[in-house]
Design a protein around this ligand. Structure first.
Ligand SMILES: NC(=O)c1ccc[n+]([C@@H]2O[C@H](COP(=O)([O-])OP(=O)(O)OC[C@H]3O[C@@H](n4cnc5c(N)ncnc54)[C@H](OP(=O)(O)O)[C@@H]3O)[C@@H](O)[C@H]2O)c1
Length: 326
């Protein structure tokens, strides 16, 4: 699988005509030691494990994990994300409920939906897809969710417990990243990790998780952001780079140390006339230039995004089994 994907990178550069033959030979040699962190393959493996657990739960306890998702408005990206979450639930035998409301739904109406999901004993966990329309206060919504059903891990109770190393629902994207590191046996102890971006859903929590005691953790972490002075110099010191900025192909090859592990969280749509849709997805890392320098790198698409959905499913199963809260 890894080899096939390596070959895909080779052929993409080859076909694009961006390299002559000697350059291609050098490129092929350089990437010989690089491995793609394959979010697609890993998610499929984890989903098979989850499906087996669902069978056991059904047999032994007569229970099936139930995830609900609330989608307000017509944001196209949100619709894609929610549909993929619902599809994944179906794939592994979870029950799922999608609650869709129009863009002009009022804040009290959304809070009422949350209240009823909090009180519904059949719902193990639920998410409210962000971003919400501007007239709805996201903080109020997040706080209204019962932290015992907060499978997105955004509630301050879960965030605080995570920071203290207590059992908690971890935010889905950082959870997906650490699970990926664990399953690929990425060495983290004593490594210097530079996180680019400090959002509450990605940058800040992954910086906490990788600096916690234990594996995957025990990193020395630098958390960078838009006010960081000389960002390229900071990134150059990293054994592990986590890029979560939201700017296409922002992290350049000359910022990255030879042999670094690069985790690209970004999902950005850029114009591409060669595609039927006129656009394609890229990450926050200049993948083609950076990949040959890395020991491991996540592709976009096919990397962290798929692991995020899988992490949400892992949290929902934990909620159903009451592994975190009684
Ligand atoms: N793969 C997934 O499942 C997944 C999940 C969530 C998000 N994403 C993607 O990940 C990316 C980041 O998302 P997010 O929600 O974390 O973004 P966000 O809330 O917009 O935060 C972006 C962060 O990047 C920093 N930043 C912006 N410009 C910078 C610059 N020039 N130099 C250094 N830092 C800069 C910002 O710094 P300040 O704090 O100083 O403004 C901020 O901390 C987006 O592409 C998003 O679509 C993917």
């Amino acid at each position: 699988m890894m080899l096939t994907e390596r070959a895909t990178i080779d052929s993409r550069n080859w076909r694009a005509g961006c390299m002559n033959e000697p350059d291609f030979a050098t490129f092929a040699r350089q990437i010989e030691h690089m491995q793609l962190l394959d979010g697609k393959l890993l998610s499929e493996n984890i989903k098979s494990e989850l499906a087996a657990e669902v069978d056991l739960l059904r047999e032994r306890k007569g229970k099936i994990p139930h995830l609900a998702a609330v989608l307000v408005g017509e944001n196209p990206a949100s619709q894609v994300y929610v549909n993929s979450k619902i599809r994944s639930c179906e794939q592994i035998g979870f029950k799922s409920t999608l609650i869709r409301r129009p863009e002009d739904t009022s804040e009290p109406e959304v809070l009422d939906i949350i209240q009823s999901l909090n009180e519904d004993p059949d719902i193990d966990g639920f998410i409210v897809q962000l971003p919400l329309p501007k007239h709805i206060n996201e903080e109020k919504v997040t706080l209204a969710i019962d932290h015992r059903k907060d499978v997105d891990g955004f509630h301050p109770v879960n965030f605080g417990r995570m920071a203290q190393g207590l059992p908690a629902f971890l935010p889905a994207t950082p959870y997906g990243i650490v699970e990926m590191m664990r399953r690929y046996n990425i060495e983290t102890s004593g490594k210097h990790c530079v996180v680019v971006g400090r959002s509450n859903i990605v940058g800040t929590p992954i910086s906490i998780l990788l600096s916690r005691k234990g594996y995957p953790g025990d990193c020395t972490v630098t958390l960078t952001h838009s006010r960081t002075k000389d960002l390229p110099a900071e990134v150059r010191r990293a054994d592990i780079v986590v890029a979560a900025i939201g700017i296409p192909q922002f992290v350049k090859a000359d910022w990255v140390k030879e042999g670094a592990v690069v985790i690209d969280v970004g999902i950005n749509r850029i114009p591409d006339a060669s595609k039927k849709s006129g656009a394609r997805l890229v990450g926050d890392v200049d993948f083609d230039a950076v990949a040959p320098k890395c020991s491991y790198i996540t592709p976009v698409p096919g990397g962290v995004g798929l692991m995020t959905v899988t992490a949400l499913l892992m949290n929902t199963l934990k909620a159903c089994k009451k592994e975190i809260y009684q």
